[in-house]
Design a protein around this ligand. Structure first.
Ligand code: PGA
Length: 262
């Protein structure tokens, strides 16, 4: 079993005081772990606070939910990778489905943002995933392959990246992908990563996200090619998040053959 990643996307919840209240409760119930890394994605205004609270925990990292692709300048309201890094972040979510579907972020923009993250010293977590309509039309694999190809097109070879598969129909809906669905798509993503980034693609962690809960996390993590989870709603309560993050993972099921890019 590879090193696991448990990522908490707090979305537009928890300012600095909410973050402190959460972490003081959470950390007292969550001792240091050696087989997994946790990454908190608080709102931008709480990044420094969270980084300060977890500074003695090498197993806990901090990230930002979004960045802009320019390094600095007259871009009111935006945040650069270097600023995020200076505030204590080491990861950036790129192309989360709410960025794409609520704010109209394009695939081309995700490529610019991945490149900006790399330049600014952040590890990009590129989020990909099909809508329900695309899945029902049999387009899911093709859409995800395209999002990966475009999103990773502007970063130099050898850049450290993480990918999160988050089917849009599963985010915040209570309807998660089945472990079989996740496993099939993760195999497809892994095969595409090999094509796009060569052997290094084999080492890119691929997270699953979309209605992960304390009740379904074990079976999702046991699915083959799932290296961790990206969790929204269920990461907002310290006790639920602690239950999720302490999940013991059984050996993965027999891996299906990798599906070549369609
Ligand atoms: P959810 O969100 O866990 O609330 O479905 C996941 C995400 O948006 O990353």
């Amino acid at each position: 079993m590879s090193h696991l990643i448990f990522a908490a996307n707090w979305k537009m919840n928890n300012g600095p005081s909410g973050a402190v209240a959460f972490l003081r409760t959470f950390l007292s119930h969550y001792p240091r772990q050696y087989d997994r890394t946790m990454i908190f994605f608080p709102s931008a205004v709480a990044v420094t606070t969270v980084a300060e609270e977890v500074k003695d925990r090498p197993d806990i990292e901090v990230g930002v939910q979004n960045i802009y692709w320019e390094d600095k300048g007259a871009f009111t309201g935006e945040l650069s990778a270097a600023m995020a890094r200076e505030s204590g972040a080491s990861y950036a979510l790129i192309g989360h489905s709410e960025r794409r579907h609520v704010f109209g972020e394009t695939e081309e923009e995700t490529a610019l943002k991945c490149a900006a993250a790399q330049r600014g010293g952040l590890t990009p977590i590129l989020c990909v995933g099909e809508t329900l309509g695309e899945r029902e039309a049999g387009e899911a694999e093709r859409v995800v392959a395209r999002q990966l190809r475009t999103g990773l097109s502007k970063i130099p070879a050898g850049t450290t990246v993480v990918v999160a598969y988050e089917p849009v129909w599963a985010i915040g809906t209570g309807r998660n992908a089945t472990p079989e669905d996740a496993s099939r798509m993760h195999a497809h993503i892994r095969a595409n990563l090999r094509q796009l980034t060569g052997e290094k693609g084999a080492g890119v962690p691929v997270l699953y996200g979309g209605s992960v809960s304390a009740g379904n996390v074990a079976e999702l993590l046991a699915a083959s090619y799932v290296d961790g989870v990206l969790v929204g709603g269920a990461s907002l309560q310290p006790s639920t998040w602690s239950a999720i993050a302490r999940t013991t993972v059984e050996e993965p099921q027999a891996a299906p053959d990798l599906i070549e890019e369609s």
